[in-house]
Design a protein around this ligand. Structure first.
Ligand code: ADP
Ligand code: MG
Length: 412
């Protein structure tokens, strides 16, 4: 089991959490905390109760600087008073041992209390947009030093008509800020916020319901080196379109070639190919001229390819995170998904520890083509991630993609 310590959470934060019985991070936390602590923007969608508050509270308190009077450094925007109170309570427990202060601002409280608090100097402001905008207009607070922003429940903020206010507030913060956004949906108005106010955000989406999660089947098959290409070919023939992941660029090229020879239309994308070649490969794939896209992890990170019928881990992924990342490209939007990991004899142990890490049933089965679904999913959708200039913050380690939690089944 992963611990907060494993994610790089400082002991001064992990300690108090452990004393409250919060020891193992929930999935959204395990996925996002390390990246957010490294300075990356991120947007996340996860069900209610999945632990989003700590997912942003930990990086916020770990990174936030000291504020001066009237000039906080961290800002959490929330749609309702209830949420403001709840988030503040959580933040305060983490922030106080680190010598960081938290203040809460929302309508219905005395504004002179707010003014007094601001004059004393606060590090983190938790606020509903209306009241904070008021305080800005009155000159009681200046957001120019705010370099860590969280927008929580952005979809509700949009539903309640707060977006114009939210945008004005974000416009008043530091241009070199880090921005985290959480929402039940990441499309529509929320997508506008993401595009306008986030820089190359890592995007995480956890399944909303158990029903949705169960739409993805995870299979693990013993497959030695000699059989891997043929098994992959058989799988693609019954469940296209497919994304096939290899560890190296060289392997991507080789597997694409071998699949072609096996009678399966395949193209490779990886970092050694020109933009032009990559565009053409993606177009061949989305337009159905080829049925398999063979990719390295790195190449696949700069794009979203959704709606594929099957993700084949031709080489097992290096980490649980990579497994989720690769596997997230199938079973989206209600379509059935399939994830197949080919496990050579020398990787059985690694794969079992990966299954353990992801709380999946443990085990590797023999090749069983009859387990494959017979219907094909809709055409794949490919979108390039918005590229934004990096003017500030630490450089992103890697572009993002969409991730989801694996279904809790797959082995029989
Ligand atoms: P969300 O914002 O995703 O709806 P919350 O952040 O409010 O969910 O978390 C829901 C509950 O789970 C809270 O009571 C919180 O204290 C608890 N919680 C969060 N993370 C953990 C964890 N890693 N271990 C145990 N409990 C946790
Ligand atoms: Mg929440």
């Amino acid at each position: 089991m992963t611990t907060f310590d494993d994610l790089g959470v400082p002991a001064r934060i992990a300690g108090p959490l452990a004393r409250r019985g919060v020891i193992n991070p929930f999935p959204i936390q395990a996925l996002t905390i390390a990246e957010a602590m490294a300075g990356r923007d991120l947007c996340g969608r996860a069900p209610t109760g999945s632990g989003k508050t700590l997912a942003f509270a930990i990086p916020l308190v770990a990174r936030v600087g000291k504020g001066r009077p009237g000039r906080p450094r961290g800002l959490v925007l929330v749609p309702t008073r209830e949420l403001a109170a709840q988030v503040s309570a959580e933040l305060r427990q983490l922030a106080e041992p680190l010598g960081r202060s938290v203040a809460t601002f929302y309508g219905g409280m005395s504004i002179s209390r707010d003014q007094r608090r601001l004059r004393q100097g606060i590090d983190i402001a938790v606020a509903c947009p209306g009241r904070l905008a008021d305080l800005v207009r009155r000159g009681d607070v200046n957001l120019g030093d705010v370099d860590f922003v969280v927008v929580d429940e952005a979809d509700r903020m949009a539903d309640m008509g707060f977006l114009p206010e939210v945008k004005r507030l974000l416009d008043a913060t530091s241009r070199s800020r880090q921005t985290l956004l959480f929402s039940a949906t990441l499309d529509g108005d929320v997508d506008v916020l993401i595009r306008r106010y986030q820089r190359d955000p890592a995007r995480y989406e956890l399944a909303q319901t158990s029903e949705e999660r169960n739409d993805v089947q995870h299979l693990f098959w013993h497959t030695d080196a000699a059989a891997r290409v043929h098994v992959t070919g058989d799988v693609v023939r019954s469940v296209a379109p497919a994304i096939v992941f290899t560890r190296t660029k060289h392997a991507a090229d080789r597997v694409a070639r071998q699949l072609q020879r096996d009678g399966v239309g395949a193209v490779a994308i990886h970092g050694n190919r020109s933009q032009n070649q990559r565009d053409r490969a993606l177009a061949d794939f989305t337009e159905g001229r080829v049925h398999a896209l063979v990719a390295t992890d790195v190449a696949a990170r700069g794009i979203h390819v959704d709606n594929v019928g099957v993700v084949v881990h031709f080489d097992p992924p290096a980490t649980g995170k990579d497994y989720l990342h690769r596997s997230g490209r199938t079973g989206r939007a209600g379509a059935k998904g399939l994830v197949l990991t080919l496990v050579p004899p020398d990787k059985v142990r690694d794969v079992k520890s990966l299954q353990h890490e992801l709380s999946m049933p443990s085990g590797v089965d023999r090749v069983a083509l009859e387990q494959l679904p017979t219907t094909s999913p809709p055409k794949p959708i490919v979108t390039r991630l918005p590229q934004r200039p990096h003017t500030s913050v630490k450089p992103a380690r890697k572009p993002s993609s969409q991730r989801r939690r694996p279904a809790a089944h797959g082995r029989r």
